[in-house]
Design a protein around this ligand. Structure first.
Ligand SMILES: Nc1nc2c(c(=O)[nH]1)N(C=O)[C@@H](CNc1ccc(C(=O)N[C@@H](CCC(=O)O)C(=O)O)cc1)CN2
Ligand SMILES: Nc1ncnc2c1ncn2[C@@H]1O[C@H](COP(=O)(O)OP(=O)(O)OP(=O)(O)O)[C@@H](O)[C@H]1O
Length: 232
């Protein structure tokens, strides 16, 4: 490469998306590779969030309703909501709105919880949510139950997806907002809760280039239904 072609670039271009996923070794902890993946993920998040925000509100509502129906069936197929601690999420940035389903699960005897960032770059805490409860603004302005709400440990964790990937062997990968919060949380909980990712069909990517810290989802549900047959 001629010297003038190098000027202004601290790193070589990332060609990761041009090669086969299996060419990429997830266990090779290489600093340059980790930076390339982080940069690739940032670009994907920006694109996926823009595409989602551009959908008409009516279509997003319809998608949320379909997602709720599929999730309800998934929960019923694995024992039903009664007596379970289910964490969900308060929708931000055009995320699917599952609040009606959260209220139904509460009415059916589940303990419903919301995730709270108590410290940046640490595991999430889950606080019990009940319908009508006044929420307060948490990290990133995300509405969360107040400090005095009971802290609970979910046995089912529903995580919103910015993007997702499904491998041939059924492994489901999640791309979130980029804080690493769900990976840290799922990695710290024993026994690990069942993790169900929820997102749009259109948010599928060929791979997320899995890294050692990434924790797979047990199931992913889109508006078309669960992406694999196995119950979570
Ligand atoms: N509705 C909802 N609630 C949720 C989540 C979610 O995805 N959706 N979370 C799911 O985890 C947690 C919050 N996740 C967060 C993830 C990233 C950042 C954040 O500060 N992002 C940086 C970019 C980070 C990077 O790319 O290095 C930013 O945008 O400035 C904040 C909160 C808990 N609550
Ligand atoms: N268990 C962990 N320990 C330390 N760092 C972690 C852990 N999990 C994730 N991270 C760091 O968090 C950053 C973002 O991770 P990643 O791209 O997987 O976020 P994400 O899953 O999309 O975000 P979120 O769950 O917040 O929506 C990465 O730099 C990663 O190194």
């Amino acid at each position: 490469m001629a010297d003038e072609d190098r000027r202004g670039f601290a790193s070589p271009p990332c060609m990761a998306s041009d090669v086969a996923p299996d060419y990429f070794d997830p266990l090779a902890v290489d600093a340059q590779q980790a930076r390339d993946v982080a940069r690739w993920r940032r670009a994907q998040r920006t694109r996926l969030l823009q595409d989602r925000a551009a959908l008409p509100v009516a279509l997003r509502k319809e998608i949320s309703a379909r997602l709720e129906g599929h999730l309800e069936r998934v929960l019923d197929s694995c024992g039903g909501p009664s007596g379970r601690v289910i964490s969900a999420f308060w929708p931000i940035k055009s995320e699917p709105d599952l609040r009606a389903l959260m209220a139904r699960w509460h009415a059916q005897g589940a303990i419903v919880a919301l995730p709270v960032v108590v410290r940046p770059q640490a595991a999430l805490e889950f606080r019990r949510w009940t319908p009508g409860m006044g929420l307060v603004r948490g990290h990133w302005n995300i509405p969360v139950p107040p400090d005095d709400a009971p802290v609970v440990t979910p046995d089912i964790c529903i995580a919103p997806l910015v993007g997702w990937a499904l491998e041939e062997d059924g492994t489901c990968w999640r791309l979130g907002f980029g804080g690493g919060y769900f990976d840290r949380t799922l990695g710290a909980l024993l026994p690990r809760p069942k993790a169900i990712g929820v997102g749009l069909d259109a948010a599928r990517v060929p791979t997320i280039f899995p890294q050692p810290h990434d924790i797979p989802m047990d199931q992913i549900v889109t508006e078309s239904g669960p992406v694999k047959d196995i119950a979570p």
